[in-house]
Ligand binder design. Structure first.
Ligand code: HEC
Ligand code: HEC
Ligand code: HEC
Ligand code: HEC
Ligand code: HEC
Ligand code: HEC
Ligand code: HEC
Ligand code: HEC
Length: 378
């Protein structure tokens, strides 16, 4: 087990300003952004923006983006993997809503608990915030990490990093204002030179995507995480922007800025008087459009039975075709539409359990399909 001690660099990993390689790579990035953005200069950090954009800054500070990766391990109220202390954890990745991962002071993913001790255990390295349990991620492997690609600001992919476990370098930890708005020193000095504003789904998809954009990856009977852009493109909202539904500065669960019925005015349930059917009964019990159309079928860390994991899907469309399957053969790709089982049985566990116990899980799906056809009827 690697336990070389190296002083953890404070804040920045490398002095980007001193590196001509990085400086020219950054200049190239700025040029790519140039057509829509006159923004130039260097990254100055989100606290610089606070003075003039206080409301946006406060809402942003309550969200996950700025804390997506951090080296101030001692300030984060999270447990560390067994046998590790603040001295040998270099960075925490995530740890905001669902799970936390830990990098050692060289930048490698920590994959062993109690290293060098009699009770040394491969794994027990991923902390699940919801259950409080320790899960296994790449147990015992030596894993260099490219997390900075999506968890940092001013990331330069090819640049050599003095920390052997880190792939690429970054200027600021976490997804800061300038990860989306570009380096803003020019704007801060002269606010009328506006920074980049790109509301497109593609801009979010730079990080919220997983692999080939024409596919939606799956594993263990659920969709893979950080694939919101892949899912969006596979479903009926493929031309919508993430920012039509999400305030990009707000915490995920508080960021929904529009009602589904603002666009889907015909969805009969919008009118309680006209609509008395099974769908109305759901809404009266506090079930929302997203509970069926964006069920928890994406697995970030844990699953809760065969139909429910821990993140909401962005596929939206539910198919009632009895031959439809959620996944392609092999189970590593999703087909793009939710089946009734995945839309309904995460809640209707009693029905799912009943048929699973009888060894006939298909009957549970058939139950869901039958009743699903009546949801939007009046
Ligand atoms: C000295 C005050 C000041 C500081 C500091 C400042 N801004 Fe601004 N910002 C402004 C003003 C004023 C405007 C409005 C300019 C306009 O409408 O042309 C603005 C507009 C913007 C816009 C909208 C541009 C558009 O095209 O609509 C963005 C994005 C922005 N700022 C981001 C930032 C970020 C990111 C930071 C920190 C790195 C920052 N600002 C720091 C004053 C400031
Ligand atoms: C995850 C990407 C992202 C981050 C991080 C981000 N923004 Fe934005 N910002 C956007 C997008 C996209 C828009 C376009 C307007 C919209 O959809 O709300 C925007 C709009 C703005 C605007 C102009 C419109 C408005 O709402 O007044 C300002 C000013 C701004 N951002 C400042 C900031 C500051 C300051 C920070 C950090 C405290 C920040 N942004 C962090 C994506 C981001
Ligand atoms: C291609 C971009 C990308 C890369 C590379 C990436 N992530 Fe992420 N990660 C995301 C996005 C986007 C999210 C949030 C959305 C989601 O989970 O579906 C996320 C979420 C997470 C979370 C959960 C955060 C929370 O608060 O629950 C953890 C932990 C995490 N990533 C760890 C890592 C680690 C460790 C690495 C490097 C080994 C890594 N990620 C590399 C994009 C990425
Ligand atoms: C530079 C990479 C990057 C970009 C660009 C980006 N994100 Fe994220 N986003 C992440 C990562 C990493 C996380 C996981 C952070 C965490 O919770 O630890 C995340 C988390 C989120 C969350 C859940 C966070 C919470 O507070 O609950 C939402 C919602 C989100 N992003 C929306 C967006 C939208 C909308 C855009 C485009 C305007 C966007 N993101 C652009 C990397 C990015
Ligand atoms: C900004 C407008 C907008 C918002 C907000 C919106 N949608 Fe849509 N939705 C659309 C459009 C446009 C289509 C495509 C319609 C088509 O293909 O005929 C669509 C398609 C769909 C479909 C597939 C329709 C079909 O015919 O099979 C479903 C299901 C759906 N949306 C559900 C939702 C849900 C649930 C929400 C709330 C989380 C939502 N939508 C929010 C605009 C929107
Ligand atoms: C209890 C689960 C459930 C709830 C709650 C629910 N839906 Fe649906 N919805 C379904 C199912 C199942 C289908 C597929 C029905 C079919 O194909 O006949 C569907 C189909 C749709 C469609 C495509 C068919 C059409 O009528 O255009 C849209 C759009 C839609 N729902 C929007 C919404 C909106 C908006 C809400 C919230 C007001 C909502 N749904 C609430 C289960 C639900
Ligand atoms: C039609 C509306 C709509 C669109 C478009 C949309 N989202 Fe969402 N998203 C939602 C809703 C609603 C939630 C659930 C919020 C809640 O928990 O209350 C959500 C949740 C999320 C979460 C948190 C997942 C979780 O379960 O914690 C992330 C991350 C996210 N969206 C990112 C994105 C990104 C990135 C895009 C664009 C590629 C996008 N969304 C497009 C409506 C939308
Ligand atoms: C967010 C959780 C949730 C989801 C998702 C959900 N339901 Fe329900 N369902 C409920 C609740 C709550 C009730 C009301 C129970 C009551 O009346 O006591 C209910 C009631 C029902 C009933 C009436 C049950 C009875 O005993 O008479 C049927 C049938 C039903 N749901 C079918 C579905 C179908 C089909 C879907 C998927 C399209 C679905 N539900 C999705 C929570 C959910």
């Amino acid at each position: 087990m690697r336990r070389r001690m190296r002083p953890r660099p404070a804040g920045r990993i490398v002095g980007v300003k001193n590196s001509s390689v990085l400086a020219s790579a950054l200049a190239a990035c700025t040029l790519i952004l140039a057509p829509s953005a006159p923004a130039t200069g260097t990254h100055v950090g989100s606290d610089t923006c606070k003075k003039c954009h206080f409301d946006i800054w406060s809402s942003f500070r309550a969200s996950g983006h700025p804390f997506a990766l951090r080296s101030d391990v001692d300030r984060r109220p999270l447990p560390l993997p067994g046998g590790h202390d603040v001295e040998d954890v270099g960075w925490i990745v995530g740890g905001r809503t669902h799970k936390a991962n830990y990098l050692d002071t060289d930048g490698y993913l920590i994959t062993t608990a109690y290293p060098g001790q009699p009770n040394e255990t491969p794994g027990r390295n991923e902390y699940d915030l919801v259950s409080g349990e320790w899960l296994d991620l790449h147990a015992g492997e030596t894993k260099p990490s490219d997390c900075g690609r999506c968890h940092s600001t001013g990331y330069v992919a090819g640049a050599p990093n003095p920390n052997p476990g880190l792939v690429g370098t970054w200027e600021l930890e976490g997804v800061q204002c300038e990860a989306c708005h570009g380096p803003a020193s020019g704007h801060v000095g002269f606010p009328f030179s506006n920074p980049l504003v790109d509301p497109s789904a593609k801009a979010c998809g730079k990080c919220h995507s997983n692999g080939d954009l024409s596919q939606v990856l799956a594993a263990d009977g659920f969709l893979r995480p950080n694939s919101q852009y892949n899912e969006l493109l596979a479903g009926p909202h493929r031309t919508r922007f993430c920012t039509e539904c999400h305030d990009p500065h707000a915490r995920g669960d508080l960021s929904f800025r529009i009602e589904c019925t603002d666009c889907h005015t015909h969805a009969a349930m919008a009118s309680p008087k006209a609509f008395q059917g099974l769908g109305r009964r759901h809404l009266d019990h506090g079930v929302r459009c997203i509970d069926c159309h964006m069920p928890y079928v994406v697995k970030s860390s844990a699953s809760h039975g065969p139909w429910k994991a821990d993140l909401r899907s962005h596929l939206f469309e539910i198919t009632l075709n009895p031959d439809a399957k959620m996944f392609k053969a092999g189970g590593t790709l999703a087909k793009g539409k939710l089946t009734a089982g995945y839309a309904c049985l995460g809640c209707h566990v009693e029905v799912a359990d009943k048929w699973t116990k009888k060894g006939k899980p298909k009957k549970a799906e058939a139950w869901a399909r039958k009743h699903a056809a009546k949801i939007h009827d009046d």
